[in-house]
Write a protein that binds this ligand. Sequence first.
Ligand code: ADE
Ligand code: ZN
Length: 326
Amino acid sequence: GGDGSATDNGPRIELHLHLEGAAPPGFIRDLAKRRHVDIGQIFAPDGGYAFRDFAHFLEVYEAAASVLRGPEDYHRLTLAVLEAQAEQGVIYTEAFLCPQFCGGGDVAAWRDYVAAAYDAAALAESRLGTRLRIIATAVRHTGPDAAKRAALCAAETAGAFVTGFGLAGDETAGRPRDFAYAFDMAREAGLGLTAHAGEWDGPSSVRAVLDDLRVTRIGHGVRAIEDTALVARLAADGIVLEVCPGSNIALGVYPGWAAHPVNRLRGAGVPVTLSTDDPPFFRTALGREYARLADAFGWDAATFAAINRTAAGAAFCDAATRADLI
Ligand code: ADE
Ligand code: ZN
């Protein structure tokens, strides 16, 4: 209940969080000032991020990320984000980190960013008891060549900390099969695979990432609800949706909580998990999401516990860590 900042529903697991997208606006504003970069236009009068629609959101996101300049910035960002995660009762987070933002797709530069994030994660784990794993992420609207470079970075650092490869950005750009080479490289390296789909585009987009990229999880995936056969396939194959209801509502995919399909997807047997995507951008937090879902659908502590068990089972980490979460 309340704003849900307390851990009133047991330990939480969050599988879909963009690290840059979790940067508090004050953190970005201070960096911009120090670097003498004028990005005042991305802020609302109240100091939060301001955007009109999804295309503008992506622009504002990239402008905010552009002031993060080196591994030291990502070290501080990772610590700040994990402090917020601990406050929300999150014991395990998978965060998207983008090799294109972190060293421009260069493997050696990317290693330094990963080392910085790892160092911050180790500090947060010992101080706060919250854990982090990284999903290296390509950006769909920057095309397949950039995605191949991102996948090479991911493959070169694959291990106990970098455990996944993903595809974010504008899902209406290009076709999933253009990214098959990058996903094949990541799969060969033993990485877990996820792609954003079914957020802006419909069921065919979800089918395409399943068929052409062979992902086991889908970022959002909520528009699968428009196709009964697809919903049945997700349930039968145990494809896990990383559902971010507050993000969808803030960006106008759905008009409000009651209209969001997460309850219907869950009712149809689709494995759903709950995340915040880019919490300060959407003026949300995981606790707030839980509170709104409890109000909209009558979900109780047992429902949230089951959803967190689903997330634990779907986490891209080694079996021992996974068993520890369940
Ligand atoms: N990158 C950060 N947030 C995103 C979202 N909601 N959809 C696609 N790409 C993103
Ligand atoms: Zn996302």
